[in-house]
Design a protein around this ligand. Structure first.
Ligand code: ATP
Ligand code: PRP
Ligand code: NIO
Ligand code: MG
Length: 562
């Protein structure tokens, strides 16, 4: 398989500097800017300004209500991009000019002057660690600061977290069903939701556990390994062997030049007997294409074998060219199958490789890589696992990047406190009732080392302690409560932004990627299984429970029956 030199070194000219262990600060998506928001944020900002509320102290929670993909966990991602947005938050002169036109007439000039100097410096942002598992109702991000700016951040923070977390979760799910030893490649750019969606997909697929992407720009910008094979067009561009302009390949060690086509044709005759396949049925154009690709990439020869017929043509031609390469001191890499029954064809291919390996005394031949692609999703992989297959690598595009099974994560951004007064949003639908007040969250671990429950508390409560019994309550069902004696207590929030700057050393993409797997390991298997997983518990302290319910009663109007 073609693969890049994984590390993009720091370039002298400073055009980009992707170093393996540093946050890639050189790249910041230029569309992420204060105007990338909903109009209503800015109209509200004006009304807050007019009513003298801009400096009211607000706390907002960013959270989701249900896990995606019928699962019971979500991977939190997008934090790094949020922080870059906070750093760069500033309305440019042209932004202000545009707003003067776009906003309703009559807005006072002074407001625009105010906007022109507004930054996120007075905001404090708390968040879970990027790449950690997260659950419904636990705020992924908590924003505290002047009302106007905290409000103005809403839409942009949501767009930065929603797709990133959905995508990282999707990728992590593919990794779980594929197992640790299968290579997973993201091939989705052509099918993604536009160029920006494609770029984000590559980044968050990698974070979620993919090994590489075909997206070259993602490779450059994020230092993700780029990999790929070739398309059917390469095969169909050759109609016969007469089109081969170069047929000669020098031996890797001796330099001895041989005609690779001739070698391949000789091997094909031999193989047709061994495999009982007539050479008549195999395509000459396909053979020519494979020979030419092998000459171009003798050390990375990987061929698509399904253009005409995997069994009767593609495999035979591939093996013939691979043996010809072997004569010249090179080892082929493998094949890609992009149609048909992937379980059956991969087993057939492996069996063929094993027979040749034995016949020609070439142990490595039995281990040639088999890549499968074509509309693969979680269910396909599960089904292939059940059937038994010999695939080493899945190339996955459409279902992965479009998150076809669930195309949006429903993160919301809700005010929970203003000027130290808690705020609650009531709803007929109990899952939509917000958890009021400024809260902290702790993950409590059980005796077997697994995460047991996430506990939300009011900020002024003292944290739970190891070995101390703590009452955990369901936020809305009075009778559901349990005592937990944690063996380990993990405070989930860190301050990431305060006093106008990022306050934590940001992890590299690799570190976030490792965190995803480490964090998933803390979850019991039954929370992670694909069919009917057990919900992970998110609880509130007794104090927070009473606080929520008192506030609920205070705010719920008393109806009158007549
Ligand atoms: N053994 C298998 N078990 C379950 N699903 C499979 C198996 N093999 C392939 N698939 C899936 O079945 C679907 C086959 O799709 P489809 O019939 O459109 O393709 P095809 O006819 O094989 O290929 P193409 O139309 O590209 O020539 C794909 O989504 C593929 O991932
Ligand atoms: O199937 P996906 O998971 O999206 O993976 C990416 C697909 O992109 C390519 O197909 P191509 O665009 O050539 O078109 P195709 O649909 O005809 O195979 C490749 O051969 C894969 O099949
Ligand atoms: O490299 C590949 O094989 C590839 C890349 C993009 C889409 N489909 C396949
Ligand atoms: Mg395809």
């Amino acid at each position: 398989m073609m693969s890049s030199n994984n590390s993009v070194d720091v370039l002298e000219d400073g055009a980009f500097a992707a170093s393996k262990n540093s946050w890639n600060r050189y790249y910041s998506n230029s569309v992420v800017q204060p105007l990338l928001t909903d109009l209503y944020q800015i109209t509200m900002a004006y009304a807050y300004w007019k009513s003298g509320k801009i400096d009211d102290h607000a706390v907002f929670d960013l959270f989701f209500r249900t896990n995606p993909f019928h699962g019971e966990f979500t991977i939190f991602a997008g934090l790094e991009e949020c922080l870059k947005f906070m750093e760069n938050f500033h309305y440019s002169e042209t932004d202000i000019e545009y707003l003067k036109h776009a906003l309703p007439q009559g807005i006072e000039e002074e407001f625009f002057e105010y906007l022109g100097q507004l930054t996120a410096k007075d905001v404090t942002l708390y968040a879970l660690k990027e790449g950690s598992v997260a659950f419904p109702r636990v705020p992924l991000i908590k924003v505290a600061g002047p009302l106007i700016i905290a409000q103005l951040l809403e839409t942009t923070l949501l767009t930065l977290v929603n797709y990133a977390s959905l995508m990282a979760t999707n990728a992590a799910r593919y990794r779980m069903v594929a197992g640790r030893h299968i290579n997973l490649l993201e091939f989705g750019l052509r099918r993604a939701q536009g160029p920006d969606g494609g770029l984000s997909a590559s980044k968050y697929a990698y974070i979620g556990g993919f090994d590489g992407t075909s997206n070259v720009l993602a490779g450059k910008l994020f230092n993700i390994p780029v990999k790929g094979t070739h398309a059917h067009a390469y095969i169909t561009s050759f109609t016969g062997t007469q089109e081969l302009k170069t047929r000669v390949l020098a031996h890797k060690e001796t330099g001895d030049k041989r005609d690779l086509l001739e070698l391949a044709i000789d091997h094909r005759v031999q193989l047709s007997k061994l495999l009982d396949i007539s050479t008549e049925e195999s395509s000459e154009g396909e053979l020519a294409a494979m020979v030419s690709f092998a000459i171009a990439f003798p050390d990375g020869f990987m061929a698509l074998v399904d253009t005409y017929d995997v069994k009767r043509s593609g495999l035979l031609n591939f093996c013939a060219v691979a043996l010809a390469l072997n004569d010249q001191g090179y080892r082929a890499v493998g094949i890609r199958i992009d149609s048909g029954d992937l379980a059956y064809l991969s087993c057939l291919a492996r069996e063929t490789f094993e027979r040749i390996s034995e016949q020609f005394k070439l142990p490595w031949f039995s281990k040639l890589t088999i890549v499968a692609s074509n509309d693969i999703n979680e269910e396909t992989i599960l089904s292939l696992n059940e059937q038994g297959h010999k695939i080493d690598c899945f190339g996955i595009g459409t279902h992965l990047v479009t998150c076809q099974r669930q195309p949006a994560l429903g993160c919301v951004y809700k005010m929970v406190e203003i000027n130290a007064q808690p705020r609650i949003k009531l709803s007929q639908d109990v899952v939509k009732v917000t958890m009021p007040g400024n809260k902290n969250v702790f993950r409590l671990y059980g005796a077997d080392g697994h995460a047991l429950i996430d506990l939300l508390q009011r900020v002024d409560e003292s944290p739970p302690e190891v070995g101390q019994k703590v009452l955990c309550r369901h936020p809305f069902q009075e009778s559901k409560r349990a005592y937990v004696i944690p063996t380990h207590v993990e405070p989930l929030y860190d301050v990431y932004w305060a006093d106008g700057r990022v306050t934590q050393a940001m992890p590299s993409l690799e570190e976030v990627r490792d965190r995803v797997q480490n964090s998933l390991r803390t979850l019991r298997q039954d929370h992670k299984r694909t069919l009917n997983p057990t919900p992970y518990k998110v609880a509130v302290s007794d104090n927070l429970y009473n606080f929520i319910h008192d506030l609920w009663l205070q705010n719920a109007p008393i109806g009158e029956l007549s």
